[in-house]
Write a protein that binds this ligand. Structure first.
Ligand code: UDP
Length: 236
């Protein structure tokens, strides 16, 4: 687990955004994995996931306060959380500013439709190169389609770990592209779901808000975050 923590991005959020913008500007391929306790717990049992998190071609950023707190416990200097939704919003800003193209893959069709409306009105210079909802059976075929389109940005909203595994599987076929697995971000950006109020975000309690809104998340939270902290304590 320590080896994975060593690979997580250590500088502040602004430095990360500069790196992201620069890569987008220069067409440098980049695969961002927003690592949270769930990602790390999955990698404990799943070799493919572990290989991905240790791969130098993958940029790991600390998502979730659990990662930042755990890092402190094992004397690893991680500054602050950099969340998937914040990265998604920044990419849309930069994509618009730099006249880039984007492919949206994942979430329900009605969410994708609203996403397109939001993008067209808020980010007029960002070209929507294509989109596919996340409920088509053959997701590999969708990636073959994305390869042909050659978009500059590829956001995949299928949830952990499916989104990361799919990107990783097909990454070699692309010469450029900023790839990010963004979980439920399309639901929020499209306006179908609300992000936690600022108060929760500031106090690092976004996870609590999501559980209060969707109580069925509590099992997932226990299996990832609580077991993760217990494991970190044991490893100290
Ligand atoms: N999703 C999908 N296809 C599936 C399963 C899920 O497109 O087969 C989408 C779902 O509609 C949602 C996203 O994946 O938009 C996952 O959201 P969730 O909030 O669970 O992700 P998290 O942010 O918690 O990782």
């Amino acid at each position: 687990m320590k080896r994975i923590f060593d690979r997580i991005y250590k500088k502040d959020t602004n430095s990360f955004y500069n790196l992201l913008k620069n890569n987008l500007k220069t067409d440098k391929k980049m695969f961002i994995v927003t690592a949270n306790p769930e990602t790390i717990m999955i990698s404990e049992k799943d070799e493919e996931m572990k290989k991905m998190l240790l791969d130098d071609n993958v940029t790991l950023v600390p998502d979730g306060i659990g990662i930042v707190k755990a890092a402190k416990m094992i004397n690893c200097d991680i500054k602050e959380r950099i969340t998937g939704i914040d990265i998604a919003n920044k990419i849309l800003d930069y994509g618009d500013e730099l006249n880039k193209s984007i492919y949206l893959f994942g979430s329900k069709q009605e969410v994708i439709d609203s996403m397109k409306e939001v993008l067209n009105s808020k980010y007029p210079n960002l070209v929507i190169a294509g989109s596919s909802n996340g409920y088509e059976k053959n997701k590999d075929e969708i990636f073959d389609k994305i390869v042909e389109v050659k978009p500059d940005i590829i956001l995949v909203a299928l949830g952990i770990p499916l989104q990361e595994k799919l990107i990783y599987k097909h990454l070699d076929k692309f010469d450029k592209g900023i790839f990010v697995g963004v979980g439920g971000s399309f639901d929020v950006i499209s306006g179908h779901k609300k992000r936690a109020p600022k108060f929760f975000i500031k106090l690092n309690l976004e996870w609590l808000y999501r559980i209060l809104k969707e109580p069925k998340r509590i099992k997932r939270f226990y299996n990832s975050n609580i077991k993760f902290l217990i494991k970190i304590k044991k490893e100290m």
